[in-house]
Design a protein around this ligand. Structure first.
Ligand code: SAM
Length: 283
């Protein structure tokens, strides 16, 4: 019997459930939209529409990838972050909801019309810096990453958001090549302890770039490197904020304090985990 839209959707949902995917109903719809070229409205209003062999095969190819626990963001090639719809690829970390807390902090720190200079160390897809620049029209920023492939994605996202003229993307090892000073320094660096990576969800452990995850033996290597240059990167009175992993907030605040910077209590994410360590250089 040939497939209809609703029978195909049901089959896909069941396959995703068996593969251990967390949100099979939602993802089945996205895979049908991407593979069969149908819309959300078609699924609701025309569920008995017959599917062609080509549509069924295209959907099957996507489902096989998801059954192997490839992230949805890689299969679809896009991810929503803050107010932005971003291009993503296997070369960048898929932006996470908890990272929106860093954006929220940055937007509270910068006045709406402030012509601020913002530095994002480990810019990846551009998620953090682009979200901030998009809402602070007079701000400009520099995004550094060691991965040229990640910087190409960030550049494509900047172009699509018409923010290319306010962002400079630089290939480098943290702030080693950065000589300017900034009003705000942001970073969501790799912070997973090397030995913990294999135990992460398959979507992360198998598919996300190791360069975006691996924080060394205790997960803190990147913070050590970044805090070492933090005082010289900040203007007097300049602010820094870093995303941290669970249980890392005190250690990261201590690294910043050891460089003579003032720190403030960490902000907690929706799960109650201290997630953003921030502070400032004396005015
Ligand atoms: C956790 S990801 C964050 C990406 C993005 N900012 C976000 O929040 O979605 C960390 C980023 O740091 C970059 N990175 C790792 N080591 C680096 C280094 N030594 N210098 C600069 N960037 C580095 C990775 O390539 C990756 O893009």
């Amino acid at each position: 019997m040939s497939e209809t839209l609703v029978s195909l959707w049901t089959n896909v949902r069941r396959r995703l459930e068996s593969a251990g995917v967390d949100t099979p109903v939602f993802e089945a719809r996205l895979l049908l939209e991407a593979g069969a070229g149908v819309s959300r409205l078609d699924i609701v209003t025309d569920p008995r529409r017959p599917m062609s062999d080509a549509q069924v095969e295209a959907v099957d190819a996507l489902v096989q990838r998801r059954e192997a626990r490839e992230p949805m963001s890689h299969i679809i090639g896009r991810r929503h972050f803050w107010t932005l719809d971003l291009a993503v690829s296997p070369d960048v970390l898929t932006p996470r909801p908890e990272t929106e807390l860093l954006v929220e902090f940055a937007l509270k720190t910068l006045a709406p019309d402030q012509p601020a200079r913002v530095l994002d160390l480990g810019v990846g897809s551009g998620a953090i810096l682009l979200a901030v620049l998009n809402e602070r029209p007079k701000a400009t920023g520099v995004g550094v990453d060691r991965s040229a492939a990640a910087l190409a994605i960030a550049a494509a996202n900047a172009e699509a958001l018409k923010l290319s003229d306010r962002i400079e993307l630089v290939e480098g090892d943290w702030a080693n090549g950065v000589t300017e000073t900034f009003d705000l320094v942001l970073s969501n660096p790799p912070y997973v302890a090397s030995n913990d990576i294999p135990a992460l969800a398959p979507e992360v452990a198998r598919y996300e770039p190791k360069l975006a995850l691996d924080g060394g033996a205790d997960g803190l290597d990147a913070y050590r490197a970044i805090t070492a240059s933090l005082a010289r990167l900040l203007k007097p009175g300049g602010v820094f904020a870093f995303e941290v992993g669970q249980g890392q907030a005190d250690a990261v605040a201590a690294l910043a304090a050891a460089q003579g910077l003032f720190t403030t209590p960490a902000l907690r994410d929706l799960a109650g985990i201290p997630r953003v360590v921030s502070g400032r250089r004396a005015a």
